[in-house]
Design a binder for this molecule. Structure first.
Ligand code: ZN
Length: 244
């Protein structure tokens, strides 16, 4: 700020603390605040200082409060830098700083939280924020939609086995399965499968049996002719022989 700017700021301060403002004061303040422009935030910094304390205002107070005012804008803006695909680290830092400067200056209006996460059209210029990255945008587009029930494929809705006729023991609907001619609380697995819309024969079990038969055939194939002849001549022992 120029000495003329500083004189204006000091005149504002005088409204609070009745100081006298001379040319030397204006030059001293301009030197202390030469990197700071005279803007509304600098003026607000003076007002804020005297809203908080009766301490004599110095250039350091103005700098501190102006920095705080700008930082508050960034904190409450709900505007985020989302990155531009393929940018370098240096580019990212430069763009982030440009965005923060624009927010701190008040050039980018604060957004609602909904805008902040990209669910409503943004106030912020895309040139500054880069827009949400593609993967985030994709995830955000799912928010608010029905989430598919992950459990469904693994645990289909169970239907009572008693709601179907048992394919194994032919027990009627509502009746328990029979084992050895007596009602049994546990239904036959085939009945449970049918009740759940699956085939009565367990495809896995059938597959396993098939594999077992193939393995047995391959084993027989490998036997020497005399071993095969031995096996063909083998008769399982009768019950009487077993118990003898
Ligand atoms: Zn049954």
């Amino acid at each position: 700020m120029t000495p003329a700017d500083a004189a204006e700021l000091l005149t504002l301060a005088a409204a609070f603390d009745r100081r006298t403002v001379g040319e030397a004061d204006a030059r001293a303040w301009a030197a202390a605040l030469n990197s700071m422009p005279l803007d509304d935030d600098a003026r607000a910094a003076v007002a804020r200082h005297y809203a908080e304390t009766a301490d004599w205002l110095t250039p350091a107070h103005v700098r501190k409060h102006r920095t705080k005012i700008r930082a508050e804008r960034v904190e409450t803006a709900n505007v985020y830098y989302d990155g531009v695909p393929g940018e370098t680290g240096a580019e990212s830092i430069a763009r982030r700083r440009a965005l923060n400067r624009a927010i701190a200056d008040g050039r980018v209006a604060p957004q609602t939280a909904t805008q902040g996460v990209g669910l409503a059209p943004s106030n912020a210029p895309l040139a500054l924020t880069g827009g949400p990255p593609p993967d985030l945008a994709k995830r955000l587009s799912g928010i608010g939609r029905d989430v598919p029930d992950d459990d469904e494929p693994d645990t289909p809705k169970r239907t009572s086995p008693l709601s179907v006729v048992c394919p194994q023991c032919a027990s009627r609907i509502g009746q328990h399965c029979k084992r050895a001619g007596r009602p049994h609380l546990r239904p036959h697995p085939a009945r449970t499968r049918v009740a759940n819309g699956e085939p009565a024969v367990d495809p896995n079990a059938e597959q396993t049996a098939k594999q077992r038969r193939a393995a047995a055939a391959a084993y027989l194939e490998r036997l020497a002719p005399e071993e095969r002849a031995q096996l063909a001549a083998f008769e399982p022992p009768t019950r009487q022989e077993q118990h003898a």
